[in-house]
Design a protein around this ligand. Structure first.
Ligand code: XMP
Length: 510
């Protein structure tokens, strides 16, 4: 299988580069610069290498560098941003801080020549984000593009097949970035582009079969897309050597626990342990209304329940986690402030004994995980499930949680979901759910006064859940949902629709 190495120097967009390469049907893997040697790179037979960007300056003492022998290894290289400066530095060129300070954002660049720019208009827009720049290209290299403030926006050495671009071709703001990357992959590296998800699934399954058969492997299954895809892949590789533990915390949507159990136990014939811990969770949450406190309690209880189950299973060799790439960023690549402490299975490694963790989806983006799920034969409805937070309905019942409130919310939420599906809006609306507010209002039913809860409907359209727009659901659909909820769910006297985007609001109310 042809593959390209994305050598990671700490850039923000390293996985995005890999993803763009995979979009061109060439397999890419990301490896940190300090975890691989030139010899290993040569041995593994990569068709090309992409040096990523990074926040450092090549002249800093502890800046990430690489063995200069890589430039003579006979493998095509494309350096992006810091990667481009690093090539210049390693090959004897000169890198300096830009006189005008940082260049950031959309910038016009002009190119003269070069295989990298084949088919790209002479003047076009790229995305810049740098402080240093290449002042002098190394001997044997030539400048191929510039911007108003950056005299070396790109350079190359065709003979050695080494290329550098100061801008970021992987982001969509670079108008012809995709073409520039394709020119590198196909025009320079000679890739054919025959990689697909089916092959990826097959090769992962073969690898896990080879490495893990006979070992005791444990997976925390939530029924969400990520843990389901990870578990099914492992199950295809090692069958009953995999045990899945599904903790039903009683904060799931209507019938969800039974659906998860039915799907994995009966359809997939997986070895699954369902732990019915509803009472325990609801008990621990009694009287708690502060959202972060709720998350903390649920996280702790989850770990405790899992620990107890793991003890019954005995020694575990491998723990499987369904971490996907966006989780990797959210949990601490960079200095982003914690807005909400997303509860996942992050605490598990501390409480059970095991030899190793595997994260089969760590490099994939959500839509890639979904494509992989389809390839593995997971039902469409499960693969396209909207995200559901780990703490479940606990953060959708505002204020303290009771069984009664959960039951009201479940019924209202089920109607909302049914009507969204009936109106064919499932795909255009990325996440939609009901929230039970703690506000009770007066209503009138028949001739009687009612005093019930206010339910809020929340629906958002988003690509990455970092920002989101409220969904413009047609009035008729909203009207039907409202009359069904007030008519069919006892205890609700008012329905409101949330028209706040993120930011300033978050997707969940708590
Ligand atoms: P927010 O509310 O932060 O939500 O705008 C963004 C996405 O994350 C989900 N979410 C969570 N997921 N544990 C999770 O596993 C949590 O505590 C949590 N809080 C929010 C939310 O449903 C949305 O998809």
């Amino acid at each position: 299988m042809e593959k390209v190495l994305v050598l990671d120097f700490g850039g923000q967009y390293d996985q995005l580069i890999a993803r763009r390469v995979r979009d061109s049907k060439v397999y890419a893997e990301v490896i940190p610069y300090n975890r691989i040697t030139v010899e290993k790179i040569v041995e593994r037979g990569y068709k090309g290498i992409i040096f990523t960007g990074g926040p450092r300056s090549v002249y800093e003492d502890d800046a990430p560098r690489f063995d200069p022998a890589i430039l003579d290894a006979g493998i095509p290289i494309l350096g992006i941003c810091y990667g481009c400066q690093l090539i210049a530095y390693l090959a004897g060129g000169e890198v300096a801080p830009a006189k005008t300070g940082s260049e950031y954002g959309k910038t016009e660049f002009a190119h003269e020549m070069g295989v990298l720019f084949k088919g790209v208009p002479k003047i076009t827009v790229c995305w810049m984000s740098h402080t240093d720049f290449v002042k002098k290209v190394p001997d044997g290299f030539r400048v191929t593009a510039n911007t108003r403030s950056c005299p070396v926006a790109a350079f190359d050495n065709d003979e050695k097949k080494i290329y550098g671009v100061q801008f970021h071709p992987e982001v969509t703001h670079t108008e012809h970035g995709k073409l520039i990357l394709s020119n590198f992959l196909f025009g320079v590296c000679g890739c054919i582009g025959d990689w697909n998800m089916e092959d990826y699934a097959k090769s992962c399954i073969e690898r896990y079969k080879r490495d893990l058969t006979g070992k005791k492997v444990l997976c925390a299954l939530s029924g969400g897309v990520d843990s389901s895809v990870a578990a099914v892949m492992l199950h295809k590789a090692i069958g009953d050597d995999l045990t899945c533990v599904f903790v039903d915390h009683g904060l799931l949507r209507k019938d969800e626990g039974d659906i998860v159990e039915e799907t994995f136990r009966n359809q997939f014939k997986m070895n699954i342990i369902r732990v019915n811990a509803q009472e325990r969770f609801i008990g621990a949450l009694k009287g708690v209304s502060e959202p972060e406190q709720k998350r903390k309690i649920i996280g702790e209880q989850f770990i405790r329940v899992f620990e107890e189950e793991a003890k019954k299973i005995g020694r575990v060799n491998i723990l499987v986690q369904g971490t996907i790439y966006p989780d990797v960023i959210e949990s601490g690549k960079g200095d982003a402030a914690t807005i909400k402490s997303h509860h996942n299975v992050g605490g598990l490694p501390d409480v059970i004994e095991f030899d190793d963790i595997i994260e089969p989806l760590r490099e994939l983006f959500k839509d890639e995980v979904r494509r992989l799920g389809i390839e593995l034969g997971i039902p469409y409805e499960l693969v396209w499930r909207q995200p559901f937070p780990g703490p479940g309905l606990a953060i959708r019942v505002i204020g303290d949680i009771t069984e009664e409130k959960l039951s009201i919310l479940r019924d209202a939420d089920a109607i909302f979901r049914e009507e969204i599906a009936a109106a064919g809006l499932e795909k255009s609306t990325n996440q939609y759910f009901a929230v039970l507010t703690d506000t009770r209002t007066v209503g009138v039913m028949g001739d009687a006064r009612t005093y019930g809860y206010t339910v809020a409907l929340r629906a958002v359209s988003t690509e990455d859940f970092m920002t989101a727009d409220w969904s413009h659901i047609p009035y008729e659909v909203l009207g039907k949902i409202s009359s069904r909820i007030t008519g069919e769910v006892k205890g609700i006297s008012r329905v409101v629709y949330d028209i706040t985007s993120k930011p300033p609001a978050t997707v969940e109310w708590e």
